[in-house]
Design a protein around this ligand. Structure first.
Ligand SMILES: *[C@@H]1O[C@H](CO)[C@@H](O)[C@H](O)[C@H]1NC(C)=O
Ligand SMILES: *[C@@H]1O[C@H](CO)[C@@H](O)[C@H](O)[C@H]1NC(C)=O
Ligand SMILES: *[C@@H]1O[C@H](CO)[C@@H](O)[C@H](O)[C@H]1NC(C)=O
Ligand SMILES: *[C@@H]1O[C@H](CO)[C@@H](O)[C@H](O)[C@H]1NC(C)=O
Length: 419
């Protein structure tokens, strides 16, 4: 009841949060033909979405002449990195530009948020130079302040300032050591490094990794649950799923198309996944609150946590919970007790708290063995599944062995004691 009401409030709030975004960079630049290249690349790289969903930002715009070298010589992924260095995560109107304290500052850019920028590469140095000139350059050591402020294009105080600069800001290596192209990316290695080993292993053993890889060229967005997520009590025993169900579950964790975070934030309605086909909708919906993006499956929400890779045409994010499609796991919410955190005992009673009576080693162990790790060649579904084709968390419990069943009972006892 409370949780339903909370969810309703949350949804209402999220819808409002999306609706108030006031600016549209594409629209601001559309009647200015001298910036048509810059504008069209903001759209192609989806940086426009990112810009439109942020406030307190400054966009440093290049005219078509200043863009020509960049676009003639580099692939889209490199252009995206270069342009994301031109989006400052702070508001600089012309007045503020000329009043920088101590005459010099470093400011964070969108490039810093992609996870691709080591060291100071994601920062821009703004310095007031002699004669009222304002210079911009990469904050990386040894960089020159080669770009200069030329004029103001538009301000919406204090949400977005659009300024023209005369030259691209080039961070060392940003053009010569381009983001890896899709075919170079080892998704398994990236996922393992990001703490998603279980997910990576399932992708490999089920063969779904091949599906992902063949989808990359046309754009792919992956939501990788962390290893922790697979240990959550609400995750059903995956070894009780059929092969086809495991495949559908894994395909459900990816979208066709490149959807960086800004694009996710502007998503409206439900979106289809790689699992979507004639046999089921397998779709997701997205809500946004500030910079936070949450996916909803119908069974439960999952927060989009970190960006593992944002490199056109591939975006990989970690998510806090395994995405459980209603087509496989029913509509029933797993209802994690809202106040289920390890107990703020109301009174400092000297007697041992009820929690400590529980056999903690067992209670702390994950209720079900998750799955294979990379390299283990076992099939994910070695157990014959029940005759029912609707697998729900509750009938998955029926199949568990004695030890896991005991753990479930202990957990149930715990939650009764805790409530
Ligand atoms: C600035 O952004 C906020 C929040 O997105 C919005 O409520 C406000 O209307 C915007 N201001 C202007 C002048 O557009
Ligand atoms: C932004 O403006 C462009 C050009 O006017 C328009 O095509 C686009 O739909 C707008 N985007 C949003 C999110 O309103
Ligand atoms: C910005 O660059 C200039 C010139 O290289 C340098 O003197 C200044 O210290 C830099 N500013 C900051 C805040 O690092
Ligand atoms: C990708 O990385 C995984 C894990 O690090 C490794 O086992 C595999 O051999 C790599 N694949 C390729 C094609 O390099």
């Amino acid at each position: 009841m409370t949780s339903l009401r909370f969810r309703f409030l949350f949804l209402t709030f999220s819808v409002l949060a999306v609706a108030v975004t006031a600016h549209n960079i594409t629209d601001i630049l559309k009647d200015l033909p001298e910036y048509s290249q810059f504008n069209s690349y903001l759209t192609k790289t989806k940086l426009a979405d990112e810009i439109n969903t942020r406030t307190t930002i400054t966009v440093l715009v290049l005219n078509n002449g200043a863009m020509s070298d960049l676009v003639a010589k580099h692939p889209l992924s490199v252009i995206k990195n270069a342009l994301s260095l031109h989006v400052l995560l702070d508001y600089y109107d012309p007045t503020k530009l000329h009043q920088i304290s101590e005459g010099t500052t470093l400011t964070t850019t969108l490039y810093q948020t992609t996870g691709n920028a080591p060291g100071k590469l994601g920062f821009v140095n703004i310095t007031d130079l002699k004669g009222g000139k304002v210079g911009f350059g990469s904050a990386a050591p040894g960089s020159k302040l080669d770009s200069s402020y030329s004029k103001s294009i538009k301000q919406i105080a204090y949400n977005i300032s659009v300024l023209e600069i005369d030259q691209p800001i080039i961070a060392p290596g940003i053009l010569t050591a381009p983001a890896p192209t899709a075919s170079d990316v080892n998704i398994t290695a990236l996922l393992v490094k990001a703490g998603c080993k279980t997910f990576a292993g399932l992708l490999v053993t089920s063969g779904v990794m091949k599906t992902y890889e063949s989808a990359i060229d046309k754009g792919l967005t992956v939501f990788a649950p962390s290893d922790e997520a697979f240990k959550a009590p609400s995750v059903p025993d995956l070894s009780k799923l059929t092969n086809a169900e495991v495949v559908a579950l894994l395909q459900y964790h990816a979208l066709n198309g490149y959807n960086p975070k800004g694009a996710l934030k502007t998503t409206k309605g439900s979106i289809s996944t790689l699992a979507t086909n004639g046999a089921g909708k397998f779709d997701l919906s997205v809500t946004t609150a500030g910079d936070e993006v949450t996916l909803h499956t119908g069974v439960g929400p999952s927060r989009v946590a970190d960006t593992v890779l944002d490199s056109t045409p591939l975006a990989i994010f970690t998510v806090d919970s395994v995405l459980l499609p209603t087509e496989l796991f029913g509509k029933k919410a797993p209802s994690p007790a809202p106040a289920g955190e390890p107990v703020a005992s109301p009174s400092p009673s000297p007697s041992p708290s009820p929690v400590s009576d529980a056999p903690s080693p067992l209670a702390a162990s994950p209720p079900a063995p998750p799955a294979e790790t990379p390299g283990g060649g076992d099939s994910p579904s070695d157990a014959p599944s029940g005759s029912s084709d609707e697998i729900s968390p509750s009938n998955a419990v029926v199949h568990v062995n004695g030890a896991a069943f005991f753990a479930v009972v202990v957990c149930a006892v715990c939650s009764v004691l805790l409530s």
